[in-house]
Design a binder for this molecule. Structure first.
Ligand code: SF4
Length: 275
């Protein structure tokens, strides 16, 4: 079954007061031995190659209109764990990770709010020859040094829009830090999977997609361009936050729209997958 794309007025940007406070609080964090963790999962076929343990950090400084995990937004809603506790769990799954060419992914929320803790975990995992992947929107990429990046094998970089004004409307934040981080990763020869959430009426404008495609085509190290079709699985979580869910009437993209966006990326020579 296919649907007509629903076009809804999306001129609002999300409210940012709480996200601003979250970002500000994260600047004060010096502790690299404990972190606020939302949850973890053992997954195959998502968040990087092979079977992976994905650690979801609590806290995010963006407010994506399409977020399907708004319950991860606040650091104070996570559970504090030590690096040792996280590593005990990681090592339990080390064998299955290695035989499937999988590894550890740290996601969120936005993991770089707690970059010191994240790097403590990555260093320990990397020293055990466990493949490491960071899932980030890139806003806080400057919090990682080049030396830090030596411990990260793959970056799953979410580029949420290609036009600055659309990016701001979608996330409440500027686009440029993400582009700067991507360029830096490219210059360092880092492997990347770039991810884009396709939302009818919000991110699907041909010029918005084209801007991403043109930019990503200039980067080295991009192994794949992933299209993540919008879905409504986060609706109940939005209701629980009490924050306005601007996409409550938006449908997932239909096959024609996904095919158009896929062909736009492919026209720039990118290796495209649809999640
Ligand atoms: S960066 Fe991720 S967790 Fe944060 S608002 Fe966007 S989709 Fe949600």
């Amino acid at each position: 079954m296919t649907h007509e794309p629903v076009s809804v007025p999306l001129l609002q940007a999300p409210p940012m007061e709480v996200a601003d406070a979250e970002l500000e609080a994260s600047e004060e964090i010096q502790d690299n031995s404990t972190g606020s963790v939302h949850s973890w999962d053992l997954v195959t076929g998502a968040d990087g190659p092979g079977t992976r343990m994905t650690l979801f950090m609590a806290g995010c400084g963006l407010r994506c209109q399409f977020c399907h995990n708004p319950d991860t937004w606040r650091m104070k809603n996570g559970v504090v764990h030590t690096v040792d506790e996280v590593m005990a769990r990681v090592t339990r799954y080390a064998t299955v990770m290695k035989v499937t060419d999988g590894g550890l992914t740290i996601s969120g929320g936005e993991p770089l709010l707690q970059s010191k803790f994240v790097m403590s975990v990555f260093r320990r995992a990397h020293d055990l020859n466990i493949h490491t992947a960071l899932d980030t929107a890139g806003l806080l990429g400057s919090r990682l040094t080049d030396a830090d990046l030596n411990y990260i094998d793959l970056v799953l970089l979410d580029i949420k829009s290609g036009l600055p004004e659309t990016y701001r409307r979608v996330t409440g934040r500027p686009l440029q830090p993400t582009l700067d981080f991507a360029t830096r990763l490219s210059n360092l020869g880092k492997k990347m999977w770039v991810r884009f959430v396709l939302v009818p009426g919000l991110t699907d404008a041909p010029e918005n997609v084209e801007a991403i495609a043109e930019f990503v085509a200039t980067l080295d190290g991009v192994e794949r361009m992933e299209i993540l079709p919008f879905h409504q699985m986060g609706r109940a979580k939005w209701e629980a936050t009490g924050e306005p869910y601007l996409l409550e009437n938006t449908q997932p993209p239909n096959h024609e729209l996904v095919a158009r966006v896929k062909s736009q990326f492919e026209a720039h020579g990118l290796n495209v997958t649809v999640a």
